[in-house]
Design a protein around this ligand. Structure first.
Ligand code: NOJ
Length: 502
């Protein structure tokens, strides 16, 4: 009997091993696209060149440097406006399949509107796109990565519903000018982030603190603008251009604090991912959000829910407007129910306490905790919630404050990408593309230049903004040439707390 048990155990171990090694060889599936990403304000510089208009980040950093950790701004950043050919050569030399970049709205439309289209501004993006195509790199374009014209913010920005049509008009200019070469578009990057950090906090521009209302109003208009742009693309461009359009969401994986809190993790998922994704896939906000925000609003004395409602007409416009499920992922959290709720006290709309496992190693940002298994779990959550849509990871990476010997970054990429490959090969998750954030260190919003996310080191104090390869860049070059994850120099993280992580 004992022998039988041992034999069975060994057999099972072999099977598990086979499934691990055979199914998950750590090679990328054929046709899988691997790219790298950046965003206009974070890399371009040339903030006032030619007829470019002021955008909210120009305005915010110039008028409120106190909100940026090092008091700096994106006036020069990585100088990519001037160095785009060098950037493209770098991307090519590493071997990436695609480059995700964003367009600066006020560079193309200096007044914010289509009455003036900047020839120089548009030409820059035409040149960049052409340079990528000439070098065999697919351009993936983000229409909006947080930097709308200041003049539009003077009129309420994302809290004014008129922005919906202004955005559609801006997007049309880009489809007309670049749509011949660009086949994958991102309407907006991380609405949850710019709506919450920009309209309920001073973390992001425009830094308007409209507690409990700003973020919902902003996201409501974002969904309308995204959907109307999608419908406009369908009507005016899709037949001729044949591209794909999606929104990109920032997704933290929420896991139960312990096995009693699986429902809490589901609520957290709906409040973060479902908030934007549920309307795109099912037409309206998740039921739990509608119920909870109405309940908490009532307890606060509001006559109606702070979460706006969509009319049936809007539901029909929004439903089914994501050609692929795009998201950025960096970190995970643990959640449990807020015990105060038992006393009838509502501290938050979702009724949850969010925390981390103290054993998770740190990245270089205040919010950064490393937990690769959370990334794998996220693919399965998306597969189950949205009927296994085509998925594009549009950003993944890690921050530090170091130089070129970035062992932690290599380790992070190895662990996270491994989880992704397991999700694809073992769990059947339909992942088509993955982008490394970022091709180079850049302006990290409220952290200024103190946090580095690049696989290329940039000397920001040097007038030439020189770029130097980090070890992780060399590692990615090998991964891309073999289309297989490569071994890592060390599997332990070395990061200690940085001053801003106290
Ligand atoms: C997501 C944002 O899209 C990007 O701009 C930012 O730099 C990274 N997260 C890292 O924080």
């Amino acid at each position: 009997m004992e022998r039988y048990v041992i034999t069975v155990t060994i057999f099972c171990a072999v099977i598990t091993r086979i499934s691990c090694c055979d199914i998950v060889k750590l090679t990328f599936p054929s046709g899988f696209k691997i790219g790298t990403a950046s965003a206009a304000y974070q890399v371009e510089g040339a903030w006032n060149i030619s007829d470019k208009g002021e955008n909210i980040w120009d305005h915010w950093t110039h008028n409120h440097p106190e909100y940026i950790r090092d008091g700096r701004n994106g006036d020069v950043a990585c100088n990519s406006y001037y160095k785009y050919k060098e950037d493209v050569a770098l991307i090519k030399s590493i071997g990436f399949d695609f480059y995700r970049f964003s367009v600066s709205w006020s560079r193309v439309l200096p007044t914010g509107f289509t009455n003036v289209i900047s020839e120089d501004g548009l030409q820059y993006y035409k040149n960049l796109t052409a340079e990528l195509v000439a070098n065999g790199i697919e351009p993936v374009v983000t229409i909006y990565h947080w930097d709308h014209p200041q003049v539009i913010e003077e009129m309420g920005g994302w809290t004014n519903e008129l922005i919906v049509d202004w955005f559609v008009a801006y997007a049309r200019v880009l489809f007309e000018a670049l749509g011949g070469s660009v086949k994958r578009w991102i309407t907006m990057n991380e609405p949850n982030s710019f709506c919450t950090d920009g309209y309920e906090d001073t973390v992001n521009a425009p830094g308007k603190v409209i507690t409990g209302i700003g973020k919902y109003l902003c996201a409501h208009n974002v969904l309308k603008a995204h959907a109307k742009t999608y419908r406009m693309y369908d009507e005016e461009f899709r037949d001729a251009q044949g591209g794909k359009l999606g929104i990109v969401l920032p997704i933290i994986t929420y896991l139960p604090y312990n096995s009693s809190y699986t429902e809490a993790a589901e609520v957290a998922f709906q409040f973060v991912t479902g908030w934007l994704a549920h309307p795109l896939y099912f037409g309206d906000y998740p039921e739990i959000m509608k119920t909870r925000v109405a309940l908490v609003s009532k307890s606060q004395g509001y006559p109606r829910s702070r979460l706006p409602e969509f009319s049936d007409e809007w539901i029909a416009i929004i439903n089914g407007t994501n050609d692929y499920f795009g998201f950025n992922h960096y970190t995970s959290r643990l959640v449990y129910d807020d015990p105060d709720e038992e006393l009838g006290i509502y501290n938050s709309d979702n009724g949850l306490i969010v925390t981390v496992d103290p054993s998770w190693p740190l990245g270089g940002s205040t919010w950064f905790y490393i937990y690769a298994a959370g990334f794998g779990e996220l693919f399965r959550q998306i597969r189950d919630e949205y009927s296994n849509p085509p998925v594009w990871v549009m950003e993944n990476g890690i921050s530090d404050a170091d130089g070129v010997d970035d062992y932690d970054r290599i380790n992070y990429f190895y662990e996270y990408v491994r989880e992704m490959l397991i999700a694809i090969k073992r769990d059947g998750c339909n992942v088509e593309g993955y982008a490394v954030w970022s091709i180079m260190d850049n302006f990290e919003w409220s952290a200024g230049y103190t946090e580095r996310f690049g696989i290329t080191y940039v000397e920001f104090d040097d007038a030439d903004t020189n770029r130097t390869a980090k070890l992780s860049q060399t590692w990615w070059t090998k991964v891309l040439s073999k289309r297989k994850l490569q071994s890592v120099p060390t599997s332990t993280y070395t990061r200690t707390r940085l001053p801003w992580q106290k």
